[in-house]
Design a protein around this ligand. Structure first.
Ligand SMILES: *[C@@H]1O[C@H](CO)[C@@H](O)[C@H](O)[C@H]1NC(C)=O
Ligand SMILES: *[C@@H]1O[C@H](CO)[C@@H](O)[C@H](O)[C@H]1NC(C)=O
Ligand SMILES: *[C@@H]1O[C@H](CO)[C@@H](O)[C@H](O)[C@H]1NC(C)=O
Length: 461
């Protein structure tokens, strides 16, 4: 009897699992466009339909991205964009990225094997001290690496962006990220961790030194996980971006990234997305659950280089702010930055969050919902999970794709087995990539971006 039950049970399970798999497959096909094996950039999951503080942006975003999707359709049918390469900087792997984006198991397996083998012999990433030498001759370096010297389009020239890059390791990967997002009309604040090794600082300084629109934050923090310092790195850069370091640069939106992020979209595509926001910020924000509420309920302090909980409770947030929870990563307007740096509510709240756990996940999300905040969503639905800036594959998140790389603190580090899926996400950036773990993923994403830049230039003419 028991056995029979077990068998029936198994059967039921199998049917359910099969059904789920089928659903997941359909979902994946629909969203990845794998049905016709060509790249279709999916419509972003913008859900900011009824924000009463701003116009609905979903339709605008959808229209824009649909156009990009059209121009990118031929991606798989041809070779990708070959970047100007010079082995003196990054090694160019002889791989077929089109096949990797098409999810070809044969190619993915053989390249993975090669990567694994070579990793055992040497680091796949150039050392920080090597990167220091790259920028000895800025003119040569920028030319050989193919840094753009003029905006790719009028649309981009008229909508300059600012970036905050909080980095601590792997100067070669930082350089690759910078090259991927670099445009002469944008401005970049680099924040190397104050405790990073000397060569790393030298390499980052070398990079900043080569560009008028790239600078190092005037005040550097020693970033401690879960402490207020990560938030402060952003505030420091915001001050610089509106101050003398950026010398009146007219940037419209600022985004923050870390050294393990990589763009999935070209500058033109990013500009299109941000324009469609019509002056609204892109900040995730939802009502904190019980676990997240504990981050602000008690006081947390720095003890022996880590953040620990104390027994004393935090008072209520100042100015009757209602607490929300979200992400450390955002795209926000210049007016929002002005508000953060000058409004007493924002300043008092920053002070209050100092003694909370991971304040960066409370600070932006809460202010986004406060009344009168530029680009904010006061009176919006309790959950704002708009199309967001950055794609992260969490260990716990139900996803039609399973991480093929490795998990670091429950976050997937992508490999070439993942990027065909990652590339289909509607986000502007993805996290995490490790250069020395899988340099080919970065190379293929670069080629895809280069291809689309070139394609959009051609269609401009
Ligand atoms: C959202 O806005 C649309 C159009 O303005 C309206 O028809 C709809 O009822 C609104 N939905 C909610 C949930 O408020
Ligand atoms: C690369 O892969 C694509 C897709 O699998 C294929 O169509 C193309 O022929 C390949 N190119 C080379 C040079 O092997
Ligand atoms: C501080 O932390 C280090 C490493 O985690 C440990 O070895 C050391 O004993 C700690 N010191 C104190 C005073 O707790």
């Amino acid at each position: 009897m028991k056995k029979l039950e077990l068998i029936t049970c198994r059967k039921v399970y199998s049917v359910v699992i099969l059904g789920l798999l089928l659903l997941a497959y359909c979902f994946a096909c629909y969203h990845t466009g794998l049905i016709d094996t060509r790249l279709v950039i999916p419509q972003p999951l913008a859900r900011r339909k009824n924000s009463t503080d701003g116009p609905p942006v979903e339709d605008a975003i959808r229209t824009h991205v649909f156009q990009i999707g059209d121009t990118a359709r031929s991606l798989y049918s041809d070779t990708l964009g070959k970047l100007p390469t010079n082995p003196q900087y990054h090694r160019r792997w002889d791989v077929n990225c089109s096949a990797i984006f098409a999810g070809s198991e044969r190619v993915i397996t053989s390249v993975s094997k090669q990567l694994l083998q070579e990793q055992q012999e040497q680091s796949l990433m150039p050392s920080d001290s090597k990167v220091v030498t790259w920028t000895n001759d800025c003119t040569l370096y920028k030319k050989q690496r193919g840094y753009p010297t003029t905006p790719n389009s009028d649309e981009e020239a008229g909508f300059p962006l600012a970036y905050i890059l909080v980095v601590h390791t792997g100067a070669a990967q930082v350089e690759r990220l910078l090259r991927a997002i670099y445009q002469p009309q944008n401005v970049y604040c680099l924040h190397p961790d104050s405790k990073s090794p000397r060569e790393f600082h030298q390499a980052i300084a070398g990079l900043a030194n080569c560009f008028d629109n790239v600078f190092i934050a005037s005040k550097l923090e020693d970033v401690v996980y879960a402490g207020v310092t990560l938030l402060l790195t952003n505030i420091n850069c915001m001050k610089d971006l509106t101050g003398r370091s950026a010398s009146g640069h007219p940037w419209r939106y600022v985004m923050n990234l870390c050294g393990q992020d990589f763009p999935l979209r070209t500058n033109l595509e990013i500009v299109g997305q941000l324009k469609a926001h019509n002056g609204q910020n892109e900040i995730q924000s939802s009502v904190p659950d019980k676990r997240k509420s504990r981050r602000t309920e008690f006081k947390f302090i720095l003890r022996n280089k880590s953040i620990v909980r104390t027994k004393s409770r935090n008072g209520p947030a100042p100015h009757q702010l209602k607490l929300y929870s979200g992400s450390a990563y955002y795209a926000v307007t210049r007016d929002f930055v002005r508000y953060i740096l000058s409004d007493p509510v924002a300043i008092d709240f920053l002070d209050w969050t100092r003694n909370t756990h991971m304040p960066e996940e409370t600070y932006w999300a809460t202010l986004q919902r406060a009344p009168g905040v530029p680009g904010g969503n006061y009176r919006a639905d309790p959950q704002i999970r708009p199309f967001s800036v950055r794609y992260v594959l969490w260990y716990t998140r139900a996803s039609p794709h399973k991480c093929r790389g490795k998990y670091i603190r429950r976050v997937c580090v992508f490999t070439i087995g993942d990027i065909h899926y990652v590339q289909q996400q509607p986000h502007l950036f993805a996290n995490k990539f490790y250069y020395d773990y899988d340099p080919v993923s970065l190379q293929c994403l670069e080629e895809a971006l280069e291809f689309r830049v070139r394609h959009s230039e051609e269609s401009d003419k």
